[in-house]
Design a protein around this ligand. Structure first.
Ligand code: SF4
Length: 309
């Protein structure tokens, strides 16, 4: 029996963005106390969407009388985050606004919901499990004219809340959904083959004219070769991560590079102040104070090792 370790797509993405940010997040196991506004909006929206799509099944089963009850339950779910102070009120309002506008636009019965927030996992090497949470798995009931061939087929859906829409060229290179399709098909998670993926983008910007953009990724943009190649890329980076995990933190620090001076990456980095202090030669005490004031322990419970069969 050999132990496999789970390396998440988001850990791989963090490592590929900046090895030092990865060290702070996954070596020191830090997560910022104050989650950024866009992330709060995104998380809150996801909670509402999960509740809505779960409720749709209850409506179909006759447990809810009115489809509007699904909307009501979703809004209630988003408001719960106010009661336990997880998100700022303006971010909850922005998430609710985006969500309700989304529901006003979409055909709520276009999809049969097969799974919501579905945790999946698959061994991709002797040492590594790939895992993730699929926002939504659906069977398409009604599709736009150019996607009629997907009607009756199973697809995976990823909700993305954004300030500006991603272009299709950017989404085509998105690694997460092809990896999830790979796992779903290897495990026959939904009892049949998954035929494609949808990136469901919702703009939370108040003045945005277009609120929703659906991008279907299927056919020649979601080949089996693409899925395998992206899984192999995941394994390559995960192997490097495993080497780091075996090091004491002082050696991990010596190995980890910084992308410093990269406005796009450092400008959005949760560890920018900590990184600057470290570069500046701050004392261990000063570093500890910064960590105790602005960070909490990151939840990495998914890392627990599992036995390979
Ligand atoms: S500020 Fe830049 S270099 Fe420093 S950890 Fe963040 S991304 Fe890396």
């Amino acid at each position: 029996m050999q132990q496999r370790i789970s390396v998440s797509p988001s850990e791989v993405n963090t490592y590929n963005r900046c090895e030092t940010a990865h060290r702070f997040g996954y070596g020191h196991e830090l997560s910022p106390l104050n989650v950024s506004d866009p992330l709060q909006i995104g998380l809150c929206f996801h909670e509402g969407a999960a509740e809505f799509y779960s409720s749709l099944n209850k409506f179909r089963a006759g447990e809810l009388d009115d489809i509007e009850d699904c909307r009501w339950l979703a809004n209630l779910q988003m408001e719960r985050s106010l009661a336990d102070f997880r998100y700022w009120e303006e971010n909850v309002l922005a998430a609710k606004d985006a969500f309700n506008k989304y529901l006003d636009i979409i055909d709520t019965l276009e999809w049969e919901v097969l799974a919501v927030e579905d945790y999946v996992e698959y061994p991709v090497s002797d040492e590594i499990n790939l895992h993730g949470v699929i926002d939504l798995a659906v069977r398409i009931k009604r599709a736009p004219a150019d996607k009629k061939y997907l009607e009756g087929k199973v697809v995976l859906v990823d909700h993305k809340t954004c300030y500006n829409f991603f272009t299709y060229a950017e989404l085509r290179l998105h690694a997460q959904l092809p990896k999830y399709v790979f796992i779903a098909n290897k495990t026959m998670r939904y009892g049949e083959k998954v035929h494609g993926a949808i990136v469901n983008q919702i703009r939370w910007r108040h003045d945005a004219r277009d609120k929703v953009r659906r991008s279907y990724i299927d056919g020649e943009d979601l080949t089996y070769e693409k899925q395998v190649n992206l899984v192999n890329e995941h394994v390559k980076t995960a192997n490097r991560i495993l080497e780091r995990r075996h090091l004491p933190l002082s050696q991990w620090k010596d190995k980890a590079t910084r992308v410093i001076d990269n406005k796009d990456i450092c400008g959005k980095c949760d560890f920018a102040d900590l990184c600057e202090l470290e570069v500046n030669g701050a004392s261990p005490n000063r570093m500890r104070t910064e960590i105790e004031t602005y960070y909490q322990r990151k939840d990495l419970s998914y890392r627990e090792t599992r036995k390979a069969s």
